[in-house]
Design a protein around this ligand. Structure first.
Ligand code: LUZ
Ligand code: MOS
Length: 775
């Protein structure tokens, strides 16, 4: 989907923005990926006698379990044992933030797909067959599927949270324009290619090793210890890599790992559980749907003076990460704009859906969709293009966010003006107008989407990581960190760091699996922060080792340390190559009994947040960008194609250009999918209808934009980003929000009587209805 067009004028301009990116490197995992040699949980070499497990889950969304008859299932040949909550030696509790989620249902069920039992058998086939033989009798209770229903019934996860700045109530009185409205954004299925799964094996003395497809190995370890009632040191969690996570394995990889550990604990035999796609779709939570109401006030010169919003988050049946996700919605409620008077409230509503969870953007996209809707509505009512309002309100240096952080090194205006100038917005808009004037059955729409995303876990204590670096006798290196490789290329970035510090080829460096025994007490790989946190720890460890090596070289060559340098696998003295090679230096260091291992700890400096005041400085820095999105709608069919997405993105100083571009492209496609085609549907009984790839459409090669151009903004980067290379995992997803508004504009070009609606996703069916609404 990425197209490199040669454009001499653009190239010249790019030179002018001083492309400092020197590291153009492939994701080193791509070599084993394309050969099918990368190892996932399902590829683990299982022990002889390993049992296979299948989860028995609730066939209704809400009710009281009157009776379950396992006898026929247990009698099936090859079934070893069926585990329920009664077999739990510790606590039947897996809630991460709030202890409100049992591993297995006890007397009541709260969502369709809620785990009730684990069937362990000689093969997965037998376990599945046994599952069909379980008889369950449920006394059904009323089902809540939407946040609004939950609010009406007073069904909440926790107390609401509010951020405020200035005095919005008073400010509305002085506004020239005030508009109110409602928005809805639906959930989103993660659809990691590798489904949830884990493999547990018994070691000596009741110790258990788990191979898990998790973004959070420590969460898995801690929860297993809690459920089994054993010490954490008895549990070792190992992660090679994930076939995608997208937030879906930040918290929700845990239950499956715990179940395998529970069965292994009792049977003293290894147990494997991999959800098939149907089970995974039904049992796991997704991005949170949000129903929101807003009020926006503008001055005569289109400054947004006041903004109020109430977000109703559909949290599902348990808290999971909902409170943290709700918090990030508030942090990003004003996106890239400075608004002097703000009041935002989020309410986590408890419903009978699977607990919704982290998904790339973590509540931020939901917040940003609402303010973009408010701006689109205001623009329509006032009769100006939305981009005029957007541009008039972009964040500036030293503007204050509603949560008290003062914006520094702001690139909001810079990415906006770079995008509009480099891509010639006037010309693009003219092309759209000309096309629309000359075509009656096809209409084009264009929208701009600025983004501002805060980097750090919003929960300050989570912003830390460690790295364990060994230099082996032969000069090769092994690095362990808390980073989980899930396709985002973090391992490649870690190798680049070590390679840079020691000036040795990347082939000499290996990134070990992520393992709780080597690196303990880790935060999950999430919040776009994995490369920053683990990279900074790796950098620290490597630099400490380098210092030691230089000291050894100094002694050996009798030259003072400041004149010694490591370069291209040799020691350089006074800038001249010496005879002392990297490998010789390592063996001399060993002979001098100087440590060739270092363990470093990094904790992000400067950040803090006071939840009692809802003020602080929670983010190390922000990532900025601006996208221009152009769509063509077929007004007979309601179908559409995205002609182009043109982005100016704030990479800082990208350390891995190819990897970062891949992140932007993937996130963009995922964002567009969320906004336009991915439609999660539950019926009123809480049953998932979009339960297969035939009923849940995700972007494919045919639906991604025909052309995607991504240019880096000119910037110095940020000291708190790894080697000034900014976090790139989540921010670009939110460019996809522009797709929604491009569609709205195309529909209006065809049907001026269309009332703008803010109800995502904008599927072709909805587009078709809108084209002929009020006509
Ligand atoms: N996970 C988390 C996240 O626990 N805290 C966060 O702030 C966050 N942000 C984005 C994605 N995952
Ligand atoms: Mo996440 S949404 O696991 O960064």
């Amino acid at each position: 989907m990425h197209k490199h067009k040669s454009n001499p004028i653009l190239d010249a301009k790019l030179d002018a923005v001083s492309l400092s990116i020197k590291q153009s490197i492939k994701n080193l995992d791509s070599f084993t990926h394309v050969r099918g040699e990368s190892l996932y949980v399902d590829d683990v070499n299982i022990r002889q006698g390993t049992f296979h497990a299948v989860v028995f889950d609730a066939p209704k969304a809400h009710g009281h379990i009157k009776h379950i008859d396992y006898s026929k299932a247990e009698a099936l040949e090859g079934v070893e044992r069926i585990f329920t909550y009664k077999d739990i030696p510790g606590k039947n509790q897996i809630g991460g933030i709030i202890p409100d989620e049992p591993l297995f249902a006890e007397d009541d069920i709260h969502f369709w797909g809620m785990p009730i039992a684990l069937i362990v058998a000689e093969s997965e086939f037998i376990a599945r067959k046994a599952r069909a033989l379980i008889e369950i009798d449920i006394e059904e209770l009323p089902v809540i599927t939407t946040a609004k229903q939950a609010k009406a019934k007073g069904s909440f996860i926790n107390a609401p949270r509010s951020f405020s700045l200035g005095d919005s109530e008073k400010a509305f009185k002085d506004c020239e324009y005030v508009f109110e409205g409602e928005t809805f954004s639906n959930g989103q299925e993660h659809l990691y290619i590798e489904a949830q799964g884990a493999y547990a094996e018994p070691l000596e003395n009741g110790n258990i090793k788990i191979t898990s497809s998790t973004q959070g190995p420590t969460a898995v370890q801690k929860t297993i210890a809690q459920v089994l009632g054993v010490a954490m040191h008895k549990i070792e969690v190992d992660v090679t890599r994930l076939g995608g996570g997208f937030g879906g394995k930040e918290d929700q990889a845990t239950p499956w790992a715990v179940m395998t550990a529970l069965a292994t604990f009792h049977l003293n035999q290894s147990v494997k559980l991999i959800l098939n796609r149907h089970d995974d779709l039904r049992m796991t939570g997704k991005r949170h749907p949000y129903e929101s109401t807003y009020k926006i006030g503008l001055s005569k010169d289109l400054k947004i003076m006041a903004y109020e919003v109430e977000f109703l988050q559909n949290s599902g049946a348990a808290a999971d990460l909902s409170p943290a996700i709700a918090e990030r919605t508030l942090f990003h409620a004003t996106n890239s704009y400075f608004v002097p008077h703000v009041k935002t409230t989020v309410i986590s509503c408890k419903t009978n859906l699977p607990p919704n969870t982290a998904f790339r953007g973590f509540g931020g996209p939901q917040g940003m969709f609402v303010i973009e809707s408010a701006i689109a509505k205001a623009a329509c009512e006032i009769g100006v293009p939305a981009r005029v309002i957007q541009e008039a309100n972009l964040l500036d240096e030293n503007d204050t966010f509603s949560y008290g952080q003062v914006a520094k090194k702001v690139e909001a205006k810079n990415t906006w003006s770079s995008a509009t100038e480099l891509f010639n917005i006037t010309l693009l808009e003219q092309e759209v107008e000309t096309f629309n004037a000359n075509n009656s059955n096809f209409k084009k729409g264009l929208a701009l989407m600025p983004i501002t995303f805060g980097i750090s876990f919003t929960n300050t204590p989570m912003n830390h990581a460690r790295a364990l670096v060994h230099i082996y006798l032969d000069g090769s290196i092994g690095i362990s960190t808390a980073a989980v490789e899930m396709g985002q290329g973090v391992n490649t970035k870690m190798m680049q760091i070590a390679s840079e510090v020691f000036s040795i080829p990347i082939e000499k460096i290996k990134i070990e699996t992520t393992n709780t025994t080597r690196v303990a007490n880790t935060s999950p790989s999430a919040a776009s922060s994995t490369a920053d946190l683990n990279g900074k720890a790796t950098l620290k460890a490597c630099k400490a080792l380098l210092k030691r090596l230089i000291s050894v070289a100094s002694e050996d060559l009798n030259i003072s340390e400041e004149h010694i340098q490591l370069k291209d696998e040799y020691v350089y003295t006074h800038g001249e190559k010496s005879n002392l090679s990297w490998t010789e230096l390592i063996s001399k260091t060993m002979l001098k009994r100087v440590a060739l291992t270092e363990n470093a700890h990094y904790a992000t400096p400067e950040i803090h947040f006071d939840k009692t005041k809802e003020k602080g400085h929670p983010f190390a820095y922000h990532v900025y960008g601006t996208a221009i999105i152009i769509v063509t709608v077929d007004c007979t069919r309601g179908t559409y194609e995205f002609d182009a997405v043109k982005i100016v993105h704030d990479y800082g100083k990208s350390m891995s250009e190819g990897i970062d571009l891949g992140q932007v492209e993937g996130a963009l496609a995922q964002g567009i999918g969320w906004m336009t085609m991915e439609e999660i549907a539950y019926n009123d009984e809480g049953r998932l209808l979009s339960n297969a790839l035939s009923t849940y459409k995700i972007p494919d090669l045919f639906s991604v934009p025909k052309e995607v151009e991504v240019l880096p903004v000119k910037t110095d980067g940020h000291e708190l980003a790894i080697l000034k290379s900014k976090a790139v995992g989540e921010p670009p997803l939110m460019y996809g929000i522009g797709a929604y508004f491009a569609l709205q504009n195309a529909i209006r070009a065809f049907n001026p009587k269309y009332d703008l609606k803010f109800h995502a996703p904008m599927t072709p069916e909805k587009v078709l209805m809108s084209l002929y609404e009020n006509k």
